[in-house]
Design a protein around this ligand. Sequence first.
Ligand code: RRO
Length: 305
Amino acid sequence: DILNLNLFGIDFKNPVFLAAGVMGETGSAMRRIAKNGAGAVCTKSIGIEKKPGHNNPTMVEVEGGFLNAMGLPNPGIDEYIDEIEYIRKQMKDLNVKVIGSIYGKNEKEFEKVAETIAEHVDLIELNISCPHAGGGYGSSIGQDCNLSHKVVSTVKNVTKVPVIAKLTPNVTDIKEIATSVEDAGADGITAINTLGPGMVIDIESKKPILGNIYGGMSGKAVKPIAIKNVYDIYSAVEIPIIGVGGITTGSDAIEFMMAGASAVQVGTGVYYRGYEIFNKINDEISEYLLKKELKMSDIIGCVHN
Ligand code: RRO
């Protein structure tokens, strides 16, 4: 099959994965996504302790996408293990890999969560781009090279599964952050987390719409920024990149591959095209490759040539 790929020593049936976020909150949503053709599913980010998340509304549609400030709602790692075991069994039957997204306030928290989740997932995605982990919205570990390095190297020391770092676009020099996580031993990089934050005001109530006031931007409008980040990261590191940000069609996915992504993730796209989006994007990629008589490896990073 022309969509098969091996990344980080793992075989994936196709390069279209579910991104971390709202669609990965429950086992049943992940199962539906797996049945609709995703090559891998990523959980909502899990931390050490249970978190209720921000006040509603936590998500609002805007032109070109969505703003969200979920505020890391999750049951805490100890509670989550049963759920993830349940998810994993079903994913094994469907040959869909499980990515465990984790977050923490510092490297110690990341270490604990990683140690617990490692034996239950195929790979770990470090959410060092989460804008809520430190308390205040708008800053993250992924904006600081030294902190990013410390988190990645600490987790790499305690786990055998591949570790990928998810980066934020909200930095002045993405190449510097990418190089730093590669130096720390990351097996791959996911780019990007949400952009901004941004804000919307309801002119009737004269109040911000989101409970948290600000929220990270996802969806179609962030795609050019995501592509630019993937392009820059590809030029700076040797490790594989998973591209994410505004992908809704096969053409979008191919654009990310040409910029340097080996695989892609879809989150907000599910709102635009439904659960079937994973099969649809895979079909659209295949169609393009067959028509042009190309393999995926021919197009990954090809704009750099
Ligand atoms: O939960 C969230 O509000 C959230 C997280 Br952890 C993240 O990494 N990115 C985002 O847009 N929202």
